[in-house]
Design a protein around this ligand. Structure first.
Ligand code: UD1
Ligand code: UDP
Length: 361
């Protein structure tokens, strides 16, 4: 079967890595289309190299812009690619603008769409990701849900049950496949002079945090309070780098925190595994904290991964006050949640390949 996979942003490269392997093993012909939404070496190429992902057949080089500009440019390019390749399926991942454009381009050309990581909801329509997910799920012919919570969300939206498959989380597959390599090959702890359990790892990039001066200031000031007691490492997403520069917070952040460039996946896993705590607004990083059995503080008002909070591994901390963030981080260090795994058995990718094989069009 011919599958056109649309990716464009960092978490999608990580999700695609185990699924592409499984599709290849199952004998599918996969064509990878990169929208170019993320383009810095540290946001894109590093993952293709480290995770041995096949080179994209083409890159639309959309780059950055407003939501309308990016999505419109992607739509034109993806539509052309679908007409050229005539795939049996278009495969999309997660909730970015690349996901939305892939879904819309395919459904308008009557090509079936399969959505990996379907059914996630924050119930906050101010988030661009929430709109992208709702649209993608509603037009998808096949929905691969990672959790029972996601299944329930789709059921509430009356998505026909026969379209939905509970497969587990492909990010868990990725963590299992690449974990050993990260352990062996990453030298990041030595490079940064860090010790196991001797630092807090943080990532921040959500628009609701970076584009709100009060929230980004509370996060930086909160992390600075934490850094008075334990080093804080912050690999800086380019959006956040820009926001800190514009708000004049960059230099003071640099004085107290270990600000570094975005790291590759192997270094990131090594950092996650050895951190005393992770403070993040990332969806993927919240789960990876759990995969490594590291407690997490989520710097948001809500999370799509509610099971992490229910199991006690994650606590929500809306980033409105520096003191509240520092207090939550201090109180979560050392916390151990319930010993359960809601993300499957590490075989989500194989299940996806199998379901696609049994749905020949
Ligand atoms: C996007 C996704 C978000 C996802 C995140 C993963 C949307 C609406 N958002 O957010 O869901 O969690 O990716 O990281 O699709 N930039 C660079 N170099 C790059 C990429 C971005 O400098 O390689 C800068 C640009 O200034 C750009 C800004 O980052 O304007 C934001 O990039 P964009 O892709 O629009 O959104 P993200 O915040 O990365
Ligand atoms: N990640 C990485 N390097 C970094 C920060 C994150 O490799 O410097 C990885 C992280 O391990 C996870 C994914 O990027 O697999 C999460 O992506 P991101 O936080 O950008 O987006 P989200 O998951 O919130 O959509």
């Amino acid at each position: 079967m011919k599958i056109l996979t649309v990716v464009g942003a960092r978490p999608q490269f990580i999700k695609v890595s185990p699924v592409s392997r499984a599709l290849k093993s199952a004998g599918h012909n996969e064509i990878l289309l990169h929208t170019g939404q993320h383009y810095d070496h540290s946001m894109s190429q590093v993952f293709f190299d480290e995770l041995e992902i096949q080179a994209p057949e083409s890159n639309l080089e959309i780059g950055s812009g407003s939501h309308g500009e990016m999505t419109a440019g992607m739509l034109i390019g993806i539509e052309r690619a679908i007409i050229l390749h005539e795939p049996d399926w278009v495969l999309i991942y997660g909730d970015t603008n690349s996901t939305l454009a892939g879904a819309l381009a395919a459904v308008k050309l009557h090509v079936p769409v399969a959505h990996v990581e379907a059914g996630l909801r924050s119930f906050n329509r101010q988030m661009p990701e929430e709109i992208n997910r709702i649209v993608a799920d509603s037009v998808s012919d096949m929905l691969f849900a990672p959790t029972t919570e996601a299944m329930t969300n789709l059921w509430h939206e009356n998505i026909p049950a026969e379209r939905v498959h509970m497969v587990g989380d492909v990010m868990y597959d990725a963590a299992l496949i690449h974990g050993e390599k990260a352990e062996k090959e990453s030298k990041i702890l030595d490079i940064l002079g860090l010790k196991t359990d001797g630092f807090v790892l943080s990532t921040v990039h959500r628009a609701e945090n970076t584009d709100d001066l009060g929230r980004i200031r509370a996060i930086i000031e909160g992390l600075k309070l934490v850094a008075e007691e334990i080093p804080v490492v912050l690999p800086l997403h380019p959006r956040t780098h820009g926001a800190l520069e514009r708000s004049g917070l960059l230099e003071s952040a640099r004085e107290s925190l270990k600000l570094i460039e975005p790291v590759g996946y192997l270094d990131m896993v090594k950092l996650e595994k050895n951190a005393a705590l992770i403070a993040t607004d990332s969806g993927g990083v919240q789960k990876e904290a759990f995969f490594q059995k590291v407690p997490c503080v989520t710097l948001r008002d809500e999370t799509e991964w509610v099971e992490l909070v229910n199991m006690g591994w994650n606590r929500l901390c809306p980033p409105t006050s520096a003191e509240a963030i520092a207090k939550e981080v201090r109180s979560m260090i050392g916390v151990v949640g319930r010993d359960e795994n809601p993300y499957g058995a590490g075989d989500a990718s194989e299940k996806i390949a199998r379901v696609l094989s049994s749905n020949l069009t």
